[in-house]
Design a protein around this ligand. Structure first.
Ligand code: NAP
Length: 236
């Protein structure tokens, strides 16, 4: 049996789909970290049902750096983490500050702590967002937070690679999950399962950043070139 697989954002629909693509066959130790919720328990049960050894751990974006270290020490005490998927994010922040912390600062600290701890052939996947590459004013705190988290992972990737650790940053566009359930579905909308398959393929390659779907990279590139007045208001 290999080391521990960790999903931070254990209730996340995208995170769970990505984790399932990467886990490999059971038995294997899995930790789902997050705030207690029905979705978290449901994900844990679904993995147990097919033979994984699953525990849950409390992760909240309000954790300080020392508390994150304590959490990682605890959950990798017996079996080191060799796969970590970070899928924390919200567009329903309580305030601008909260949005920056949950989507940005907290994730940035977590990534740093993970990279320091991972070694060997470990893999670290950050579920970032297209909004990290092209912030939108309608979701300013979310976008700016994602920029920080995304940049942190990109910055850490070369050092991690020298230690044998693979860092992959995934920038999905619109994915149909409960986060986007109330939003109109745009062209290029994708599903958590499609993102999962994209991540699995990308990990076999060498790129640090991938988009889901791949054409989203082109769309964002074009939108960045256009003068603001030519961009539809919903995309500004
Ligand atoms: N859906 C999309 O269109 C889309 C597009 C691009 C990027 N993404 C990113 O993909 C990732 C997963 O999103 P998803 O679509 O799977 O939505 P989701 O199911 O709502 O997942 C979001 C995750 O973030 C966690 N989270 C939110 N606020 C938190 C906090 N204060 N402390 C700790 N955990 C917190 C949630 O935990 P709780 O259950 O406790 O709230 C949940 O596990 C996010 O980073 C999101 O930004 C999504």
């Amino acid at each position: 049996m290999s080391g521990t697989a960790l999903l931070v954002g254990g209730s996340s629909e995208i995170g769970f789909a990505v984790l399932k693509e990467l886990l490999g066959p059971p038995p294997r130790r899995v930790v789902l970290a997050g705030r207690p919720s029905e979705e978290l328990w449901k994900n844990a049960e679904a993995l147990r049902d097919v033979g994984y050894y699953v525990t849950t751990a409390q992760y909240d974006a309000t954790l300080h750096a020392e508390e994150i270290d304590g959490l990682l020490t605890h959950l990798s005490a017996e079996f080191p983490v060799d796969l970590a998927v970070v899928a924390v994010g919200t567009m329903q922040e309580r305030s601008f500050t909260d949005g920056l912390i949950v989507n940005g600062l907290a994730v940035s600290l977590l990534l740093r702590a993970l990279v320091r701890r991972l070694s060997g052939t470990a893999q670290l996947v950050l579920i970032s967002s297209a909004a990290a590459a092209r912030p939108r004013s309608a979701i300013a705190a979310y976008s700016l937070g994602k920029q920080l988290a995304d940049s942190t992972a990109v910055l850490l990737a070369p050092q991690a690679a020298r230690d044998g650790v693979r860092v992959l940053v995934v920038r999905p566009g619109f994915v149909r999950t409960r986060m986007t359930a109330d939003l109109p579905r745009p062209p290029l909308a994708t599903t958590p399962e499609q993102v999962g398959r994209r991540v699995a393929r990308a990990l076999r390659g060498r790129r640090v950043v991938v988009w889901a779907p791949p054409t989203m990279a082109v769309v964002v590139w074009v939108l960045r070139l256009l003068p603001a007045r030519l961009v539809p208001p919903a995309l500004r």
